[in-house]
Design a binder for this molecule. Structure first.
Ligand code: MRU
Length: 353
């Protein structure tokens, strides 16, 4: 039986068995394997190796990780507990640098810890669980709201191009860029989605094409270098992408290749929309130049899934995992609080007020 993809939970806490149950996204679409994570090293490894990926899902996994790892700390004072908390937080913060949701979730867990300072250690642990649950619950509501706002910009039958995977498995539910596609489908809309395969790790082919196909959405997989021709042929009326960090001026880091898609969209006069939860907007980062771009190992480019070589052994590689799309290429940023148009410098700040 085909399971409706929007009910697939990519991250879940099994509190009774002291585990995070994680859908291993590196094994999709061939196998649906659920991992059981218990230690801070397990969670770090899952984030670093993209077993959990997508900015909001990384934040959710990190929040549950903080709860789980500190749950068994045998501290008698707040200071002792805090020391263990800080150690785990430091470790998880070192897993991936670009998606701000990781740091946002870790900081939010820390603020909750500080708020509970005068309560017992047992109450602190309970509060941390509550906070992680809230982060996940809120993400589902946020994604649904983004989807509803994005739908206002779309019409039935449109061709939509997306890059990477900003879908249900990258979030608590619905996704960000894919949310309007799912919500539209529920209303009977028939979007024609073009998914860029998204080299080198193929999130578009393995994940976006998989989850949309499972949900019965009309999806066509293309190689990254085919985005121009489908735009030129009039097949695309809108581009929708997610993001890993939006700077105060609207510059947006997302999966490597996104900025190229934005440049093409501008050339062909196609609107380019970024779907962004407020948790991904980082007003402390002034422009895209300040965003750290993760560099990843050469095997991702040179070996076919770390097995058969696809390039000469000694050739140099450069493997940035993200790029920054200049704010001038972005038609609108769609958040859970509404659609933000330029000037982003003023209008992004205003939605937080
Ligand atoms: O390296 P990844 O797969 O974690 O990159 C993910 C993306 O670039 C997504 O578009 C982004 O995190 C938004 S997910 C809602």
């Amino acid at each position: 039986m085909t399971e409706h993809v929007t009910v697939i939970e990519s991250v879940r806490l099994d509190d009774e068995n002291n585990q995070i149950i994680l859908l291993d996204q590196t094994q999709l679409p061939n196998k649906k394997v659920f991992l059981k994570l218990e230690t801070v090293d397990d969670i770090w490894d899952a984030i670093y190796h993209l077993k959990v990926r997508g900015a909001p899902a990384i934040g959710i996994a990190a929040a549950y990780g903080m709860y789980l790892v500190t749950k068994h700390v045998e501290a008698t004072t707040y200071e002792e507990f805090d020391a263990a908390f800080q150690q785990a937080k430091g470790k998880l913060a070192s897993s991936r640098p670009t998606a701000v949701n990781l740091f946002w979730a870790l900081d939010r867990m820390e603020r909750r810890l500080e708020k509970e300072k005068s309560t017992s250690i047992a109450e602190i642990k309970q509060a941390l669980k509550e906070e992680a649950d809230l982060i996940k619950q809120e993400d589902e509501e946020v994604c649904e709201a983004i989807g509803q706002y994005a739908l206002e910009l779309l019409e039935d039958g449109m061709g939509i191009l997306t890059h990477c995977n900003a879908g249900t498995i990258a979030t608590a539910k619905y996704g960000t860029a894919l949310a309007p596609i799912y919500l539209g489908k529920e209303k009977g809309y028939n979007f024609k989605v073009y998914a860029d395969e998204t080299r080198p790790l193929l999130q578009g082919a393995r994940l976006t094409a998989w989850e949309l196909d499972q949900a019965g959405v009309d999806v066509t997989l293309i190689c990254d270098n085919m985005a121009s021709i489908v735009m030129q042929q009039g097949k695309i009326q809108a581009v929708l992408v997610g993001c890993d960090r939006v700077a105060a001026n609207g510059d947006t880091a997302n999966k490597i290749g996104t900025s190229g898609v934005a440049i093409l969209a501008k050339h062909y006069g196609i609107p380019f929309y970024v779907c962004a939860p407020l948790s991904t907007i980082d007003l402390d980062t002034k422009t895209g130049e300040e965003i750290e771009i993760e560099l990843r190992p050469e095997e991702e480019i040179k070996a076919k899934w770390y097995s058969e070589p696809m390039a000469p052994e000694n050739v140099k590689t450069y493997n940035p995992a993200f790029d920054v799309t200049d704010h001038s290429l972005i038609t609108a940023i769609i958040t859970e609080k509404g659609i933000v148009y330029p000037s982003y410098q003023d209008n992004l700040k205003a939605i937080f007020e």
